[in-house]
Write a protein that binds this ligand. Structure first.
Ligand SMILES: NC(=O)c1ccc[n+]([C@@H]2O[C@H](COP(=O)([O-])OP(=O)(O)OC[C@H]3O[C@@H](n4cnc5c(N)ncnc54)[C@H](O)[C@@H]3O)[C@@H](O)[C@H]2O)c1
Length: 369
């Protein structure tokens, strides 16, 4: 059921109507996983949600009674083999990962999870009598730093990969494991995933790291609910194995500093985030690994873009509710505290230097593998 012709004559793809599948979701109680599990359950699939059995994950699982939970450490092959043999999924949505900035603080752990766990899952899936489809979460980090002054074209699935940091290198290695496996695979390279739910992604290290990124770097964000739609649809598309870029519609083509200013305004902290440093136009490796992307073909196949950036901010405002009025008077104080904790307080130069900041905070092994 692809390529349905819309009334205006354009080709508006809808995902095929599919029968319920047994789907295994890894990293099921993380940011993306929680939304994927919700979407699968709401669409009538039989969902097995697996994650580390941490207290936070166990609490998140209680909110999702529609999914069966299975606690496992995917870096342990015996755990993975037992899981796959018991569940016998038709599709695996593999989201478990150690993402920035934790992967910079713990690069060895990140390797065991981002590469090793993918290897374990692929090996166990390949040995099954009826091997499942493997839907792999990847990232635009595989393209490496992107200087918008020199690289003005949009990212596509064909843009050469040039990973430069721990995370991009590990995600590229995981892609290679999946692609060479012989399994039926789909790879989704995600842009900057945002949620309207308050507090879901805020921690001091994440705030510090994001403040280090070039304020004028290009980033394409995407609502986590749309990411979930893309992953669920990827379980049933009939295309040949392929890589798809998952970013929101054109309203999500932003500069890095737009995210903090729009989000802080939505929660009542207008002007609460200090302006960051611009990137150095003459220094390509000093930029961060995000950019705008051409999502035309992924939208045609996966039909996932439903929430504009304005929709997302409206939902963020609504989620903040009465708290917006309580925090509004603290905007100047928040700005002063964040300025004091800025990665660039007393830092030489005037341009952003995210990899220098990462290495200074988490050690020289942090920014490259
Ligand atoms: N969040 C983004 O902006 C973004 C961007 C690009 C790509 N991605 C990719 O999307 C996927 C999901 O990201 P997210 O934002 O939900 O991350 P997250 O950190 O919120 O969730 C990751 C999950 O993996 C689990 N996990 C970690 N180690 C594990 C192990 N050893 N065994 C089992 N589970 C383990 C964690 O408990 C956590 O629930 C990842 O593969 C990530 O690389 C995310």
């Amino acid at each position: 059921m692809y390529g349905v012709v819309a009334v205006d004559g354009s080709t508006e793809s809808e995902p095929a109507m599919t029968t319920a599948q047994t789907v295994l979701v890894t990293g099921a109680f993380g940011l993306v996983g929680s939304s994927v599990v919700d979407e699968l359950v709401s669409r009538g699939h039989n969902v097995v949600a697996t994650d580390l059995g941490s207290p936070a994950n166990r609490k998140a699982a209680l909110k999702r009674p529609g999914a069966q939970t299975w606690w496992a450490d995917l870096t342990d092959f015996a755990d993975v083999e037992k899981l796959l043999t018991s569940v016998a999924p038709q599709s695996i949505i593999h989201l478990a990962a150690v993402i920035p900035p934790l992967c910079y603080a713990r690069p060895d752990l990140a390797h065991r999870v981002n590469v090793g766990a993918t290897e374990n899952l692929v090996r166990a899936a390949s040995a099954m009598p009826v091997p499942p489809r493997f839907v792999q979460a990847s990232s635009v980090a595989v393209y490496g730093p992107r200087n918008p002054h020199r690289e003005t074209e949009l990212l596509t699935a064909q843009t050469p990969r040039r990973p430069a940091d721990v995370y991009g290198t590990q995600k590229a290695a995981a892609e290679d494991i999946v692609r060479s496996s012989g399994l039926d695979w789909v790879i989704l390279r995600l842009g900057g995933v945002l949620t309207a739910e308050l507090g879901a992604t805020i921690n001091p290290d994440a705030v510090f790291f994001e403040a280090s990124l070039p304020a004028d770097g290009r980033i394409q964000t995407v609502d986590v609910r749309d990411v979930a739609t893309a992953f669920v649809n990827a379980c049933s598309i009939e295309e040949e194995p392929a890589v798809y870029l998952i970013g929101g519609d054109d309203s999500h083509r932003l500069r890095q500093s737009d995210i903090a200013s729009a989000t802080s305004a939505a929660i009542g902290l207008s002007g609460g985030f200090p302006a960051g440093r611009p990137g150095d136009p003459g220094n390509d490796p000093s930029w961060f690994a995000t950019d705008w992307m051409d999502t035309e073909s992924s939208q045609r196949v996966l039909a996932f873009q439903r929430h504009s950036f304005a929709d997302l901010m409206a939902d963020t405002r609504q989620a903040a509710g009465w708290r917006r009025h309580v925090v509004r008077p603290t905007s100047r104080l928040a700005r002063a505290i964040l300025a004091r904790r800025s990665p660039y307080r007393g830092y030489p130069g005037s341009y952003a230097d995210p990899w220098g900041v990462v290495a200074a905070k988490w050690g020289p092994a942090a920014s490259s593998e």
